[in-house]
Ligand binder design. Structure first.
Ligand SMILES: Cc1cc2nc3c(=O)[nH]c(=O)nc-3n(C[C@H](O)[C@H](O)[C@H](O)COP(=O)(O)OP(=O)(O)OC[C@H]3O[C@@H](n4cnc5c(N)ncnc54)[C@H](O)[C@@H]3O)c2cc1C
Length: 261
């Protein structure tokens, strides 16, 4: 690992002031530090945002849940409020990595990183989330722009993520047995105005399945998925699975998710 300066910010304004040049934010460090150790990334300054009090915590209202960006996966999994309003979100958090990763890793770090196999981006898309940064609000449909890419500008800090409370929702993941990252994960949500289905792990970035949304909008049942044709075109191919296998698993996970709603 190359040497770097370590700085701590106590509020969002200070954090943004420090995040210039080749500096970057450090939350749980679960992704950033391995990348630096492997020399895949190098920064002059790491700005610790875990000491910013307002960035952590969960606020629930009847229509939405707002989760602070430095809230850990373990905190989301253990939250009674989240479990009551959006149980699928608690289950998603509970299924991330292992206890060490869940106790350090944060929701903000996960979506800022936008790993193609990460779980939270699918929850954001399916639950029509709004990402509140220190500069603006970004709809999740606009936030995830490509593999490890987001709409965030240099130095922009995610403060909270606001999820719409759905009528019904579920997340089904086919995990990589070693890392627990999604080989394919499907998040299904029946919202007040629409049905949304988000797929992670299968493509270069999380995406919404228009085919599944279309049939589930008419008939929200597992049997409605039987005749849907999921194309393998553009899906990931690696040592774990072919595009055709991933396309098949998308359908299997979608049926599983709808059945458990
Ligand atoms: C062994 C292992 C298994 C894992 N398994 C899974 C899994 O099953 N599912 C899954 O989804 N993930 C998994 N992860 C990833 C894990 O969820 C990480 O916690 C997450 O990707 C990054 O969160 P972090 O808080 O550690 O972020 P960091 O590593 O600190 O930061 C990651 C990136 O986000 C930026 N960032 C962090 N916070 C903010 C913010 N508030 N605003 C703007 N930018 C910010 C940082 O600058 C950096 O670029 C796994 C990781 C490991 C090491």
């Amino acid at each position: 690992m190359k040497s770097f300066n370590f700085k701590s910010a106590t509020n969002s304004k200070d954090a943004a002031k420090l995040a210039t040049g080749r500096a970057t934010y450090l939350a749980g460090g679960m992704t950033l530090l391995p990348a630096m150790k492997l020399r895949l990334a190098a920064y002059s300054d790491l700005i610790n945002i875990k000491k910013i009090k307002g960035l952590s915590g969960i606020k629930v209202s009847s229509k939405s849940i707002r989760i602070g960006s430095t809230t850990t996966h373990a905190e989301v999994a253990a939250s009674k409020e989240v479990g009551k309003s959006i149980p699928s979100l608690s289950m998603l958090a509970e299924g991330i990595g292992d206890p060490q990763v869940r106790n350090r890793g944060t929701i903000g770090g996960s979506i800022a990183n936008n790993d193609p196999a990460a779980d939270y981006p699918s929850a954001c898309l399916a639950l029509n989330a709004t990402i509140h940064t220190n500069k603006r609000k970004i709809l999740s449909d606009k936030f995830f722009t490509g593999m490890f890419e987001t709409e965030l500008k240099k130095g922009e800090l995610i403060e909270t993520i606001e999820f719409e409370v759905p009528e019904k929702s579920a997340y089904a993941k086919f995990p990589n047995p070693a890392s627990r990252y999604a080989l394919v994960g499907v998040y299904v949500a029946k919202l007040k105005k629409e049905v949304r289905v988000a797929v992670t792990g299968a493509g270069s970035s999380v995406f919404r399945s228009k085919e599944l949304e279309s049939v589930l909008s008419k008939n929200f049942s597992a049997s409605a998925i039987e005749n849907v044709n999921i194309t393998s075109k553009g899906l990931n191919s690696d040592i774990h699975a072919s595009p055709e296998y991933r396309a098949h698993i998308i359908k299997v996970m979608a049926r599983k998710a709808v059945s458990s709603c």
